[in-house]
Design a protein around this ligand. Sequence first.
Ligand code: ADP
Ligand code: ZN
Ligand code: ZN
Length: 743
Amino acid sequence: MEFVNVIVDISSEQLDRVFLYRVPKVLQDRIQIGMQVQIPFGRSNRQRKGYVVGMPEEANYPLEKIKEISGIVKGSIKAESQLIALAAWMRENYGSTMNQALKTVLPVKQKTKQKQSRKLVFLLSKEEGRELLETYRKKHYQAKVRLLEALLEQGELDGKKAEEVCQVTSSVIQKMEQDGVLRVETATLYRNPFEGHFQRKTETLLLNPQQQQAVEGIWEDYQRGIRKTYLLHGVTGSGKTEVYMELIARVIRDQKQAIVLIPEIALTFQTVMRFYERFGERVSVIHSRLSDGERYDQFMRAKDGGIDVIIGPRSALFTPFPKLGMIIIDEEHESSYKSENVPRYHAREVALYRALLCRASVVLGSATPSLESYYKAEMGEYGYYELTKRVKDAKMSEVSIVDLRTELKEGNRSIFSRKLYSAMKDRMEKGQQMILFLNRRGLSGFVSCRSCGKAIRCPHCDVTLSLHNDGSLRCHYCGYEVQMPDACPSCGSRYISGFRAGTQQIEREVKRAFPKARVLRMDYDTTRTKESYEQILSAFGSREADVLVGTQMIVKGHDFPGVTLVGVLAADISLYANDYRAAERTFQLLTQAVGRAGRGDLPGEAVIQTYMPEHYSIQASSRQDYKDFYKREILYRRLMGYPPVHSMLGIYLSCASEELLEQQAQMLGSSITAEQMEGLTIIGPAEAALAKKNDIYRKVIYLKHKQKKKLLQIKDKLEKKMEQESVWQKVYVQFDFDPLNSY
Ligand code: ADP
Ligand code: ZN
Ligand code: ZN
C-alpha cells in the first residue's frame, strides 16, 4: 500500500483529525492498519508517533505535498493497535465511517475534570446503624441497605469503590449524608476500602462431571495453542458461571486477562460479588451509570495491568487489556448485545474477531442459544458443551397449554382461562406466590374504533398511542400526548374503546377475582428508575405480595423460591411481531417464564394461554426442549433464506422530505437490481415498521444472499456512490447486517 491515513492522538476527542502520508517502498509490504508509525509532523517536521487507521487506494491531495512516514515503531503490537484494527474491521463489516468505528472502540479521554477521590465516613454507632438498617430493609431501600451494610462493616469507604461495588448512585450517598448517616470527605490518601469486606474464597467448589468436561475440554485446547469459540449450553442454575470462573482462574495463572460480558439487566450485585470473592481486587465492573471519565479510568487500569478481569455489558468488549486470553459472553442470545447505533455491530461477532487478533478463546453461554450460535456448533465450527441439569436438582415445572379459542367458545370471556383461574385460587388458599406474565407494556395498548376499525395514532411517529390510567393517550416514542376523545377522530362514532389486556388491566382483574390478593406490577411505567425496579423485586422476594404481574423484565434471571405458579396470559403476542425472529424470541421468553416456577422446595406449575397452541415455539418451550425448537426453526430459516442460513442486509433510509426519500429509495433499489447479482433477493423498498419518527420519514430495503461477502460488496459500492452524489447528504442511510429489531 502506498498511502496511509494516520491519527496522532488517539486519546483525544478529535479522532477525525486524520493525516495522509506516503509509505516508502521498503515498508509497503509490512504496513498494516493499527501499526504505530513514526512521522514528521507539522511545519517544523518534528518527529511524532501516530497510528495507521486507513489505507486509501489513491491520494486526494497534491502528491508533492504528501510527506513520507519515517518508520514503523518497533516492539510488540499494543492493545491500541488491535483495537484500531478491530475498528477497521467493524467499519468494513457493518458500514460506518472510520471515525464512528474508532469512537466506538477507543476509550476517549473527555476534557472533563477528573473527579477527586472521596472517602465516606460512617457517623453512627453500630447500634444506631443496625436500627437504621432494619428501617431501610422494611422500606426496601435496597441501595441504602447495601451501602449501610458495607459502612457498618468497614467504618470508612472509598466513594468511587462504594458506588461500584454496592451499586449505589451518588444521589443515594448524598441523601444519606443529608440524613447524617455519613460524611463525604475528599480523601488525599486512600487505602483499599473493600479489603476484608468480602471473604476471598480460597477453596473452590468441586465441579460436577459435566462442568469438568467443559473446563477440561476447553483448557486442553487452550494449552495446545488452539483458540476457538465454544458454546456452553445449560439451563439457568446449571453451573455455567462456575465454569467461567474456573477458566478465568486458569487464564490468569497463564498471565493473561479475561473479559466477561453480561447483559446490563443481569448485572446484579450477587453476580459481581461472586467474581470479587473469587478474584478479589483484580476485578473491575463497567456499567451504564459510570461517567465517561470513570469508564476511561477503568480502561486505563486494564491497560496498565491493574486488573485481570472486567465484567460489563457490550462496551466492556473494548477493554484494552495487553494480553487478552479469553472472552466470555453470558446469555449470548440477548438482543442487547447488538448495537442500535452506527456501526450496528453485534458484540458476539466482534468478540470473535477481537479474539482472533489477540489469540484468545471465546466462550458463549446460554440456556436458549441464538440460532446463529447453535447453527455454528452444529456445523462443527464452535465447540459444544452441555450442562443438562440444575446443580441444586430442583425439578422442572409441570406445564399445560390452554387454547383460548375453546375458552371463548365455551363462554369464558375473562382474561383468565378456567385452568389458570383454578390454579390461582389454589395458590391463594395455600398462601403461595405466583407470577403473571404479559409481553406488552402500558395500560391497554391501542384505542380503536369498532365502527371504522381505525386505531388512534401518533401524528409524528405513526405508531398507535397507548391509553393510560389518567385518561391520556401517549406516544411511547416521542412522548406526544392527547386526551382520550369521546368519539372516533376519523368517523365520529362513539364506539371506541381500549384494547384489553395490558399489565394494569391484569392487575385490576386479579384484584376483582381475588379481592384479598396483594398485587405488585412491574412494567416499563413502574420501573423508570433502577431503584423502583429493585424495590419491586425485593418486596416480592420477601413475600410482601402474592401476585407479580409484569412484562418480559420479570422473567429474566430472578430467583423467587416462593413462586409455584407462572401464568402466561397470551403467549402469542410476541409471535405477532413483524420480523423473522418472532418465533425465536417467543421461545426464549416462554422458556424463561416457565423456568421461573418451582425454584424452591415446592414443585412448580406453569399455564400458557394461547390462540395458537399448535405453534412449535409454544409446544417446544412447554417441554423446555431447545433442540426440537431449533430443528423446526432452522428449517423455516433455510426455506425462507433468513439468517443464520443466509445473510441479510437491512438498508435503512431516512429523510425529512417524503418525495425525495421515495425517489432515492426507488433509485437505490433499481441500481441494486441492475447489478443482476446471482442468488440475490431484494425486498422493498418499503415503508419502515416505524414509517415516520419525529417528523422524519423512513424506508427500508432488505437484501438476502447465501454469502455475506456478496452483501458486503454491495454495501461497499453503495458507500462509494453515497460519497460521490451530494443528494445523499439529505437522505441518511444506515446499514444493518442480520438485523435483530425492525427499523
Ligand atoms: P448458571 O450460571 O448456569 O446460572 P451458577 O454457576 O450460578 O449457574 O450455579 C447455580 C448455583 O449452583 C450457584 O449457587 C452455584 O454456587 C452452585 N453451584 C454451581 N456449581 C456447583 C458445584 N459444582 N457444586 C456445588 N454447587 C455448585
Ligand atoms: Zn371510527
Ligand atoms: Zn410520536
